[in-house]
Design a protein around this ligand. Structure first.
Ligand code: UDX
Length: 436
């Protein structure tokens, strides 16, 4: 199979490299010349464990190439994937589909053979219909089919998620689309990965429903955590206790500072907009979005409380450990750390922060925060140490050294990575999420 991947961002690059690793002949296309130049030199545009090695070995084997020319890249391709961004449109929260439609138009104008055009980008229900219309309007004489094939890749675990998926969802309206996609995913069929063939609109909705459900699960346990704090219960055990019920499942029940990242915030908003457009409100998701938004600043206030309240906090110092929306990524999009830092600096608190990968992208988002090169530099003379992202590096802090360096041994753990009894035994004042 020859595969063209239009858009070499996070999803496009990971998917392209994995398809090449399956043995397909893959061309990754991107308009950004400097990105393509760097990829030719083996430099990845994003931080994702294992990606550089996977790209390197497939380039070496001659199965993976890069180009800025869409016309060249799609020539001879059996499947052309659209994996460009669909950010939230400024102002109204709708997914911005201008990149997807521009690519569809360019594909139509340059199609040189029969091909299946696949939307991999997360797109609202009905986008496939519009892509089909754009391709038809281009007047191409070649046979084409438009298929929806959403991704379910977690940042930091994307390659594993691609190669050993919980399921593959393919929304196709004709046999041509279904047959080509069966070939594209043949290695996973052979692995017996579950695969769901469905209609295109259904497939588009599955992606949003999955992310909205996961966001709901997280938000639900976060509210239970707040209640635990009030009634003197332990949310870790509540999660275990309910998660052992197979109908509920144990994953995504980890209470924390609220979800962030490139998908959940944007996709829940876009789902609300679709629901509004079709006059079919999704009130649960509406509540989830609101609760999660307010939670992030509430986390900042939790740190202020540890400083003795907003009035006492002015002029004091907080060490923020972890800035990215989750570990093993440099992604800062909608990270709770942004709201936490803002709440603190608004209250006149001096904030020094450390993150293993995220500081470069964090700097412009939190200009009043000083970034330092290691966690202990941030901790020096701090009145409160706040863990915001659960990087492994923070699980094994040398607590004796922390206590010596800090002005006061006060730890606020927004990810519950420490056991209260251990930290208290080490002489710390400790607060965490939903533990009595
Ligand atoms: C998510 C989906 O998991 C993936 O299927 C989809 O395609 C893209 O969006 P990702 O954004 O990479 O992936 O992150 P994920 O690991 O799902 O975490 C999202 C957010 O939820 C993070 O901020 C994380 O800290 C938070 N989270 C997750 C919790 O607070 N508690 C949990 O139990 C799980």
């Amino acid at each position: 199979m020859k595969i063209a991947m239009v858009g070499s961002g996070y999803v496009g690059l990971v998917s392209g490299a994995c398809f090449a690793d399956f043995g397909h002949d893959v061309v990754c296309i991107d308009k950004d010349q400097s990105k393509i130049d760097r990829l030719h030199e083996g430099i990845m545009p994003i931080y994702e464990p294992g990606l550089a090695e996977l790209v390197g070995s497939n380039v070496k084997a001659g199965r993976l190439t890069f180009t800025t020319s869409l016309a060249e890249g799609i020539e001879g391709a059996d499947a052309i994937f659209i994996a460009v961004g669909t950010p939230s449109r400024r102002g109204d929260g709708h997914a911005d589909l201008s990149f997807v439609y521009a690519v569809a138009k360019e594909i139509g104008e340059n199609l040189a053979n029969d091909a299946v055009v696949v939307t991999k980008s997360t797109v609202p229900v009905g986008t496939g219909d519009e892509v089909e219309r754009i391709l038809k309007d281009s007047g191409t004489s070649h046979k084409f089919s438009v298929v929806s094939n959403p991704e379910f890749l977690r940042e930091g675990a994307a390659i594993g998620d691609f190669k050993r998926p919980d399921r593959i969802v393919i929304g196709a309206e004709d046999d041509f689309g279904r047959e080509v996609m069966r070939e594209v995913y043949r290695p996973l069929f052979l692995n017996e990965s579950p695969i769901l063939f469905t209609g295109r609109r259904t497939s588009e909705l599955i992606k949003y429903a999955a992310n909205a459900f996961l966001a709901t699960k997280i938000t639900f346990i976060n509210e239970m955590a707040d209640l635990c704090e009030k009634v003197g219960a332990d949310v870790q055990d509540v999660s275990r206790g309910i998660g052992m019920d197979n109908r509920i499942g144990s994953k995504f029940l980890h209470a924390g500072p609220g979800y962030g990242g490139s998908c959940f915030p944007k996709d829940t908003l876009a789902l609300l907009k679709t629901a509004e457009d079709y006059d079919s409100p999704t009130r649960i998701v509406e509540a989830v979005v609101k609760v999660n938004d307010t939670r992030k600043r509430a986390m900042g206030r939790k740190v202020l409380d540890a400083l003795g309240g907003a009035d006492a906090a002015r002029g004091k110092k907080v060490a923020l450990l972890g800035l990215t929306f989750k570990p093993n990524t440099d992604d800062m999009r909608d990270s709770p750390a942004i709201a936490v830092a803002q709440t603190l600096t608004d209250a006149g608190v001096k904030v020094e922060a450390y993150d293993p990968e995220g500081m470069e992208l964090a700097k412009p988002l939190m200009p009043e925060v000083t970034m330092v090169e290691d966690p202990y530099a941030a901790i020096k003379d701090a009145d409160v140490i706040a863990i915001v992202t659960e990087w492994d590096a923070f699980r094994a802090l040398d607590l004796t050294r922390v206590k010596d360096l800090a002005k006061a041994p006060v730890l606020v753990d927004l990810r519950n990575i420490y056991r209260p009894e251990d930290v208290r035994a080490a002489g710390f004042e400790y607060s965490s999420i939903g533990r009595g």
